[in-house]
Design a binder for this molecule. Structure first.
Ligand code: THU
Length: 161
């Protein structure tokens, strides 16, 4: 709703001067983009609250955003056998794929610790299967970083489909 009010206000102003209209519409899309980023990061935060991480104590939440804007969340689920542990982003990717998605545009990751939750090697390879998403990470102190998957996984393995 906030967006709609903002948008109709901008359109009315834009009718007076086309240059202002252009500048305003750029500002609008930036505002919407920032609002979306906050929203998806918040969804990752909500998923993190359900993380099962009794062994590492490091909880992670993920929000995977697909081409059509639909999003899917996941958290890390650890296991006594350690090796059976599932990372947050891989669980979110599995949920997206189970819903019929095949193209991932962005991934938001938030962690409970000071270490930045960059995806592990396996998760990078799993994400590469479904596109070249922007990967947004945020740690417990609020420190943020962003990189494309291609930057995180140069020369990732792929087979022709
Ligand atoms: N972990 C994730 O869920 N995602 C990441 O991006 C990095 C690591 C989890 C796996 C394990 O439960 C814990 O963090 C410590 O490695």
């Amino acid at each position: 709703m906030r967006r709609l009010i903002f948008y109709s206000g901008m359109r009315r102003c834009g009718a007076l001067c086309p240059i202002f209209a252009l500048a305003r519409s750029a500002a609008l899309w930036y505002a919407v983009y920032m609002e979306d980023k906050e929203f998806y990061e918040r969804q990752a935060e909500l998923a993190r609250a359900n993380a099962y991480a009794p062994y590492s104590g490091y909880s992670v939440g993920a929000c995977v955003v697909c081409k059509d804007g639909a999003y899917y969340t996941g958290c890390n689920v650890e296991n006594a056998s350690y090796g059976a542990t599932m990372c947050a982003e891989r669980n979110a990717v599995a949920a997206a794929v189970a819903a019929g998605q095949r193209e991932i545009e962005a991934v938001y990751l938030v962690s409970s610790g000071r270490d930045m939750p960059y995806p592990c090697g396996i998760c990078r390879q799993v994400l590469a299967e479904f596109g070249n998403p922007s990967v947004f990470v945020r740690n417990a102190d609020g420190r943020r970083d962003v990189a494309t998957l291609a930057e995180l996984l140069p020369n990732g393995f792929c087979l022709r489909k």
